[in-house]
Design a protein around this ligand. Structure first.
Ligand code: ADP
Ligand code: MG
Ligand code: MG
Length: 869
């Protein structure tokens, strides 16, 4: 099979499914051409395979011949030849990878023009202005993209020409000045490259194709892929397409259109267009665009045709599409389509709407699968807490959510400030792919120019980052800006609301977000799907967190950490007394005090979770966490001296000091050394449960023993728990006793451990640390970044569970545990429980529930359903 495919090539599968080979843009151009029969200028696609071959071994053998043949077919079909001095064919050379990378790679327009063919174009169209406008665009684009000359050199001259002509529209520059611009641009090229501008269309074409291949590895493309998790080895396709001209005259134009509103999901077309303009003009924010609805008056026939095409695209792709189109002298041409990016709010609304849209007839399962973790997170984003605001100015609401930060006016400054830990609002006149690192670092983005499909808006929406664009009252100069008489300097606080477009000086308080009703609909469908298969619980250790978790849909608590209850200011001294106790009485007295407070904590949690299971983990961390720092006390001892009490603390801290606390006396090991501790906790818990029963509640209690390594050890701990239960006289209550599986040995010996455990809960944080031998606190940062950058690990195993190693241990423990106790209950607690990719691994292992932080519960409900689909 070759490298080059015409848009109407007959593939074995629908071209829209061939994005791997043709790239997204090429696949959809072919789909529009050969399946939908839409008006698309003809052309051909050079496959991603050619790019990969080029990137590994240089220009592929045979590619020149294939391109020449495809070009000849195109020339034949168009009845024009590239570079023809009488009537030239012009083409665009467009990048297009499998995954859309908006503005990250390069596109050259009007290729085929040279000093002779420009005259032919002028003669054929009878329009010199148009011909030289196209030529100056081509010279600048080719100069910047292929010859790598800084774009500002060309832009500066264009600005000067506009000033000279007394116009602020590109189309207002008269032909004499356009000719002059073309000559100046050629001089710039000759100066920069030491060679005249290439006049030969063959050389132009090959240069542009090569530049698109190269742009795959450009720094901004790489940075974008890293952020989006797109692999670096896919390569891009190259599309060569006959040009159509939106810059022909006032009966021409170019635009970007969506089949529905990508911000809100509302039905009806949405987008921007410009009369007498070409290519990037719309997204560059150079001129103020018109809304798509204005087409109805200016180009009624085109408008009607476009709406019809939008309806067909939606039916065909069964989703919202975005499109790029051009009108040349009243004739509509489609230049691109794809399933469009959208905000979380829009994604939810569209998914729900499309289930009842007969043209699309989405199933509920499909609707669930269209919602991502990011979509859910976005609608859970904060908003301004008050509307009583002194609004500095209002721009376009480009990406929802509110953000507060300090103003920085360049991407580098923004990045540096964020690295210092400051929240940042990046303020720019407009953004370009060169600003991406600053946009990434910012809490929010504010621009003075550009519309809703400008670079800033598109990128911010993709990332769910609040953005206000086109706030044209801003006058930015250097490291400050002026807005209607107010000066905002670098470092000043700004608040922006990407849902209303408001910009406010100072720090506006934010509220929790208000998700649209469709979130509940989708989560409800997700719950229906997973109920009885995979439950979602939360990790919470106090009443308010438990209430929040339940409100967000948690079906119980999978991990209640009791150590947090010990660290309260009023409690720490009691814990210390317990540790320091020299006699049994002293120890018992301290434990009694702790029991009283723990009882209250447990009561509040059981009340909030009434009727749902609450898994209480007995004390887990190393005791030294409750003791003061030895080095600090040593210093004080040597300088100011220690009080009697401090001397005792110092002694205890030294006595409990460990070389490797995370591998030392913690978890059940602590219980072995201080058995009174665990029985105290169990008694406190059972008293709280009894209180709840007396109050008419239904507590469901699960007691969990941490860090088990052996059956005998767990059997011993279980005995204390059972004794304490008996003592508390807890008859008639549902109490389960189980253990965490967080050491590799426990996972391996799960069969015999299950004989004394009614449930397992995988503590995948510790299990990951111990399986890899990675100390989490020590490897995060420098080491992990290096491993990820070098591709030594596919992902950070603390974020997404390692499916091969740790996942294998989980699967094995599930199997062995269930083999010895068929009704063994299996769950996961720890951060992985809220991570969609990890949830998929756990679902595959057959666990009964995952447990995560309360705010992740909605994401986990969705991901659990998706994992089962
Ligand atoms: P990107 O992937 O950055 O959107 P494109 O390849 O889509 O880049 O090109 C950008 C713009 O250039 C298009 O939106 C369109 O307006 C213009 N363009 C590309 N090819 C043609 C063409 N054959 N005729 C007219 N305009 C074109
Ligand atoms: Mg495009
Ligand atoms: Mg642990």
């Amino acid at each position: 099979m070759g490298y080059v495919f015409d848009f109407d090539h007959r593939h074995e599968r629908p071209p829209m499914e061939l994005k791997d080979l043709l790239g997204g843009k090429g696949a959809n151009l072919a789909e529009m051409t050969s399946v939908l029969g839409l008006p698309v200028p003809p052309g051909f696609t050079i496959s991603t395979e050619a790019c990969r071959a080029y990137l590994t071994a240089g220009w592929p053998a045979g590619l020149d011949e294939e391109v020449a043949a495809a070009r000849a077919r195109l020339e034949e079909r168009m009845g024009k030849r590239l570079g023809d001095p009488e009537d030239p064919l012009l083409v665009s050379v467009r990048s297009g990878a499998k995954f859309s990378m908006p503005g990250m790679m390069d596109t050259v327009l009007n290729l085929g023009l040279n000093d002779r063919s420009v005259a032919g174009l002028a003669k054929q169209t009878g329009d010199e202005r148009f011909a030289y406008d196209s030529y100056r665009r081509f010279l600048a684009m080719y100069g910047r993209i292929v010859l790598e000359i800084p774009g500002e050199e060309f832009d500066r001259l264009l600005e000067a020409a506009k000033e000279l002509a007394g116009t602020d529209a590109d189309a207002g520059v008269p032909v004499v000045l356009l000719r002059f611009l073309c000559d100046s641009y050629k001089a710039i090229v000759e100066r920069a490259t030491g060679r005249p501008f290439p006049q030969d269309p063959d050389e132009q074409l090959r240069g542009a194709i090569e530049a698109v291949f190269r742009s795959w590895n450009g720094p901004r493309a790489r940075a974008y892929r890293e952020h989006e998790g797109i692999p670096h080895d896919l390569g891009t396709a190259v599309n060569v397409q006959a040009m159509v001209f939106g810059n022909r005259d006032d009966r021409s134009g170019t635009g970007v259109g969506f089949t529905r509103d990508p911000n809100t999901g509302a039905q009806g077309e949405y987008g921007d267009f410009l009369v007498n303009a070409q290519g990037e003009d719309v997204v560059a924010g150079i001129r103020n665009t018109l809304p798509l609805s204005a087409l109805a008056e200016l180009f009624p026939e085109v408008h009607a045709e476009l709406l019809e095409i939008f309806a067909r695209l939606e039916r065909h792709y069964r989703d919202m599409c975005d499109t790029e189109f051009t009108i040349e002298q009243g004739k509509l041409w489609m230049l691109q389509t794809r399933v469009g990016k959208r905000t979380g709010r829009a994604a939810l609304r569209m998914a729900v709407d499309m289930t009842s849209d007969p043209a699309i007839a989405l199933s509920r399962a499909e609707a669930i699968q269209r919602i991502t973790e990011d979509h859910v997170e976005q609608v859970l984003h904060p908003q301004f807490a008050t509307q009583d605001l002194e609004v500095l100015t209002t721009g376009l609401a480009a990406s929802p959510g509110a953000a507060v930060g300090r103003a920085y006016f360049s991407a580098d400054d923004a990045e540096a400030a964020a690295a210092r830990g400051e929240p940042v609002i990046l303020v720019r006149t407009e953004t370009s792919p060169e600003d991406v690192h600053g946009m990434l670092a910012a809490q929010g983005i504010l621009t003075a120019r550009g519309g809703l499909v400008s670079h800033a808006a598109v990128v911010a929406r993709g990332w769910g980052k609040p953005a206000v664009v086109g706030a044209d009252a801003l006058r930015i100069s250097g490291r400050r800006m002026e807005v209607g008489g107010t000066v905002v300097a670098e470092g000043d606080w700004l608040s922006i609301d990407g849902s209303s477009g408001q910009v406010v000086l100072g720090q506006v308080p934010l509220t929790a977000a208000e998700p649209p009703p469709e979130l509940q609909t989708i989560l409800g469908w997700a719950d229906e799907l997973r109920t009885g298969h995979l439950a979602v619980r939360a990790n919470a250790d106090n009443g308010p967190d438990a209430r929040n978790a339940r409100r967000l849909g948690a079906e119980g608590i999978g991990l209640c950490r009791t150590e947090h209850m010990f660290l309260g200011e009023d409690r720490l001294p009691v814990v210390r007394r317990m540790i320091l106790a020299e006699t049994e009485e002293e120890e018992r007295a301290a434990l009694e005090e702790l029991r009283a407070v723990q009882r209250e904590d447990f009561r509040a949690i059981l009340e909030e979770m009434d009727g749902l299971p609450v898994t209480v983990r007995l004390l887990d961390p190393p005791l030294h966490e409750f003791l003061p720092d030895v080095a600090e006390l040593e210093l004080k001892r040597a300088t100011k001296g220690l009080s009697e009490e401090e001397e005792r603390l110092y002694g205890a801290a030294k006595a409990w000091r460990e070389f490797n606390p995370m591998l030392g006396v913690r978890g059940v090991r602590l219980g072995v050394l201080k058995p009174g501790l665990y029985s105290m906790q169990v008694r406190a818990l059972m008293e709280a449960a009894a209180d709840r029963v007396a109050a008419g509640g239904r507590p469901v209690v699960e007691i969990m023993i941490p860090l088990t390594v052996a059956r005998a050890e767990l059997a011993e701990a279980r005995r204390w728990v059972e004794e304490a239960l008996a003592e508390a006289g807890a008859s008639g209550l549902e109490v389960r006793i189980g253990t965490m599986i967080e050491t590799p040995r426990a996972a391996l010996r799960a069969g015999e451990i299950a004989e004394v455990a009614e449930f397992f809960s995988f503590g995948t944080n510790d299990l990951t640390q111990l399986t890899f031998g990675f100390s989490r606190d020590d490897v995060e940062g420098r080491m992990m970044s290096a491993y990820l950058a070098k591709g030594l690990l596919p992902a950070n195993p603390f974020e997404t569970v390692d499916p091969a190693g740790v996942g294998e241990l989980v699967r094995l423990a599930c199997e062995r545990g269930r083999a010895s106790r068929p009704d063994l209950k299996l769950g996961v607690c720890g951060e992985h429980g809220g991570d969609p990719a990890s949830i998929e691994v756990f679902a595959g292992a057959g666990v009964d529930y995952v447990s995560c932080s309360p705010f992740r519960v909605p994401v986990a409900r969705l991901a659990a359903a998706q994992a089962l689909l």
